[in-house]
Design a protein around this ligand. Structure first.
Ligand code: KIV
Ligand code: ZN
Length: 394
């Protein structure tokens, strides 16, 4: 029985993440990332979309063969051949999942799939049933759930559950919803779909979030989904994914760690692996994350202004809500720049082996502010140069 006090992390870096521009990975890179995701503690690892290409299918197979810990999943449309391809690819895994999806909004049904709601109901039921013949762990995703008619969504989710789906995912495919709406959506599905809870009162089906970041709300919406009753979050490292990306795994994990008061749930993520995993992904794809990216960006634990640096030296809790070590970052970075005060300059020079008297510090600080007006990046050798005014950079 699923544990209601646990949030399961479903990582889709190697599927939804990889399918976005600049994020293509070679099979060896996907395998390397998969081992690291296992180290990080993800519960479900979506390794790819088996029908998409022979390469993707082989990649899923090698991950299923070699990576132990997470349940290995392959995506499949609600089509016979997709499900067979997914089943073959995940076959070597100790624990596996087939993840079938079908659009449920009228817009997608009419413009993209060109099928009626009634046909969609049949496809969903048949696909879940077929997938269940290969594995007892089947996820059904109602693509574009947040723009779907709620009565139809209840109907198709009910049918998927009756057909044997063990996880129901309600994707915000185009990053359209708001946190309050997303919480309400989960509450409605919980209240109206029969069979989500067993006779003993414990959930028999896990509800899942899957949020895109088109309006910058993917992480907020994922957390809102948890508030509404979701116990699986689908996310990617560094938030990579279609268009503006998916919900960033490291941000959700950090939020659950820092705000346990609001989210009193356990999870299996080893947060100390967040930064190493983010770094590894940046090595595998064509871009790193922006410096101001939450949790893993270069500036996430950097402080330049004098007031903040003063506070940090007095007590790091003044300006940091988690320790760098807790997410695998080696240390706080007190950056020396034009906003820095004399305390941090004094400390840095002492670390470099140059303790100063008060008078010396006054003099060096004066030269320091003069230098920072002219130079944007200040390095240790610049500071040493300040001690020898004749040699300081012009
Ligand atoms: O965004 C989405 O709806 C998806 C589904 C395939 C789960 O990625
Ligand atoms: Zn997606």
């Amino acid at each position: 029985m699923p544990n209601t006090n646990q949030v399961f992390f479903f990582d889709t870096t190697l599927r939804d993440g990889e399918q976005s521009p600049g994020c293509t990975m070679h099979p060896a890179e996907k395998l390397r990332m998969a081992h690291q995701l296992a180290e990080l503690g993800v519960d479900i690892l979506e390794a790819g979309f088996a029908i998409a290409s022979a390469g993707d299918s082989e990649s899923i197979q090698s991950i299923a063969r070699e990576v132990r810990g997470p349940r290995i999943a392959s995506l499949a449309r609600c089509k016979h051949d997709d499900i067979i391809a997914a089943a073959r690819a995940i076959e070597p895994a100790q624990k596996s999942r087939i993840h079938v999806f079908l659009a449920t909004s009228d817009l997608h049904l009419e413009a993209k799939l060109k099928i009626t709601r009634a046909e969609a109901l049949v496809q969903a039921a048949e696909s879940v049933r077929l997938a269940r013949t290969y594995t007892d762990d089947v996820e059904f995703s109602a693509e574009d759930a947040t723009r779907s008619d709620i009565d139809f969504l209840v109907q198709i989710v009910t049918i998927a559950v009756q057909a044997g789906a063990t996880t129901i995912n309600l994707p915000d495919t185009v990053g359209y919803t708001t946190p309050a709406e997303y919480t309400a959506l989960f509450r409605t599905i919980k209240a109206r779909v029969p069979g989500l809870v067993g006779t003993d009162g414990t959930p028999s089906v896990i509800l899942s979030t899957h949020c895109h970041n088109d309006l910058g709300m993917a992480v907020a919406n994922s957390l809102a989904g948890i508030e509404g009753g979701a116990r699986q979050v689908e996310c990617t490292i560094n938030g990579i994914g279609e268009r503006a990306g998916n919900a960033a795994l490291e941000e959700i994990a950090a939020a659950l760690m820092v705000r346990r008061d609001k989210f009193p749930f356990t999870n299996n993520i080893d947060t100390k692996q967040l930064y190493p995993t983010s770094k590894m992904l940046s090595e595998c794809i064509s871009f790193g994350c922006s410096p101001n990216k939450a949790v893993v960006g270069a500036n996430a634990f950097a402080h330049e202004s004098g007031i903040h640096q003063h506070g940090m030296l007095a007590n790091p809790l003044t300006y940091e809500i988690m320790t760098p070590a807790s997410v695998g970052v080696s240390s706080t970075n007190l950056v020396l720049g034009k906003h820095s005060g004399r305390r941090v300059l004094e400390q840095r020079l002492a670390e470099l082996g140059h303790p100063l008297t008060r008078e010396q510090l006054d003099e060096v600080y004066h030269r320091f502010t003069d230098l920072t007006d002219r130079k944007k990046s200040i390095y240790d050798q610049d500071l040493i140069g300040l001690l020898q005014p004749d040699k300081s950079p012009v």
